[in-house]
Design a protein around this ligand. Structure first.
Ligand SMILES: Nc1ncnc2c1ncn2[C@@H]1O[C@H](COP(=O)(O)OP(=O)(O)OP(=O)(O)O)[C@@H](O)[C@H]1O
Ligand SMILES: O=P(O)(O)OC[C@H]1O[C@H](OP(=O)(O)OP(=O)(O)O)[C@H](O)[C@@H]1O
Ligand SMILES: [Mg+2]
Length: 302
């Protein structure tokens, strides 16, 4: 691997090796037209179609790899990025990172959870308590904002079990379905951070021509994200109901309305953002639409 101090003309992106964000990150890069050759140890993907290489690492290491200039960008949860930034600032190291893109998947929350047989009255209730967490800096910042003095207890895994083991009184941990908390007789009571997967990068432009490569990759990534969210909604309706139907169309591009040969009927098609709910389809039907169809979009060129 090239030491960070040497000029590099290829972009290097860090993603999670395995775990929740690894596969979607790899798929996203593949959908940007990136093809690669895998190193024997499977820790490095050498980009063939673009000068973009991918490093496969533990997600906790991604922010430091960028901050230290070993990698240029990374795909990581905001929770990891924020914790790293606070840690770095508290220990007086530079290398600030920012979110270059939000990706809209990998959504979870960093929540405070308390034993489910306790009443929640507000953050002041946490004063003097031990709070088990893998995110001590993020928790400490939140406690400070709330004006509450409590004691973070750092655990790198199995945080939810800490109250039962007597290591802590309550927890601050990642939640999505809430199943893990429930299984441990805990209940989420307040949110410290809303997280999702992001493209993280330095808070300045890249050197040695790598910004141009990054711009190209991000343009493709924006297109890939838009495409993934796009749906084609098609329906038919009578001329007299057209106004009511159009008023109910989900957000998206301007619909195309076409006359159906020999009938008092039109065919409407529109590119819409995100999936179309059953209730929206039912509303459209009630307004006079029929033959409703929602299709995924394979490719798009304006
Ligand atoms: N229950 C969840 N639902 C949705 N997203 C989650 C959930 N738990 C974690 N995440 C998000 O996915 C990221 C990776 O989670 P994962 O559990 O794979 O990490 P890890 O065990 O720390 O992996 P690694 O071995 O790379 O250190 C988290 O940092 C968070 O952003
Ligand atoms: O609200 P839920 O849907 O139950 O998800 C929450 C759990 O998911 C994550 O752990 P994960 O399952 O990734 O295991 P880990 O702690 O080994 O990373 C997180 O640390 C919680 O324990
Ligand atoms: Mg990790």
């Amino acid at each position: 691997m090239t030491p960070p101090s040497q000029p590099r003309e290829r972009l290097r992106v860090a993603i999670q090796k395995s775990g929740r964000l690894g596969d979607p990150a790899r798929e996203l890069l593949a959908s940007c037209g990136l093809t690669w050759r895998e190193s024997r140890d499977r820790l490095f993907l050498y980009g063939e179609s673009l000068p973009v290489d991918v490093l496969l690492v533990r997600d906790d290491d991604i922010p430091a790899l960028i901050a230290d200039g070993v990698c240029d960008l990374g795909i990581v949860g905001r929770n990891v990025l924020v914790e790293h930034g606070l840690e770095r600032a508290a220990t007086g190291r530079d290398g600030r990172l920012t979110e270059w893109r939000r990706l809209g998947w990998g959504a979870c929350r960093l929540d405070v959870a308390i034993p489910d047989d306790q009443e929640w009255t507000g953050p002041e209730q946490l004063a003097g308590l031990r709070i088990a967490t893998s995110y001590p800096r993020t928790l400490a910042r939140w406690l400070e904002e709330q004006g509450v003095d409590a004691q973070p207890v750092l655990l790198n895994g199995s945080v939810e079990i800490a109250p039962r083991l007597g290591q802590a009184d309550v927890v601050a941990d990642l939640v999505s379905s809430g199943g893990t908390l429930r299984a441990n007789q805990l209940e989420p009571v307040t949110t410290i951070l809303e997280s999702e997967a992001v493209v993280a990068g330095p808070d300045h432009a890249l050197d040695d021509g790598r910004q141009e490569i990054a711009d190209l990759l991000l343009r493709r990534l924006d297109g890939a994200v838009r495409l993934k969210e796009a749906r084609l909604l098609m329906l038919r309706t009578g001329r007299s109901e057209l106004g009511a139907v159009l008023a109910l169309m989900p957000a998206g591009h301007e619909p195309t309305v076409m006359q159906v040969d020999g009938r008092e009927e039109v065919s409407v098609q529109a590119l819409v953002h995100g999936s179309v709910s059953w209730s929206r389809l039912e509303e459209l039907k009630r307004a006079g639409a029929h033959n409703l169809m929602v299709l995924p979009v394979e490719g798009m060129l304006a």
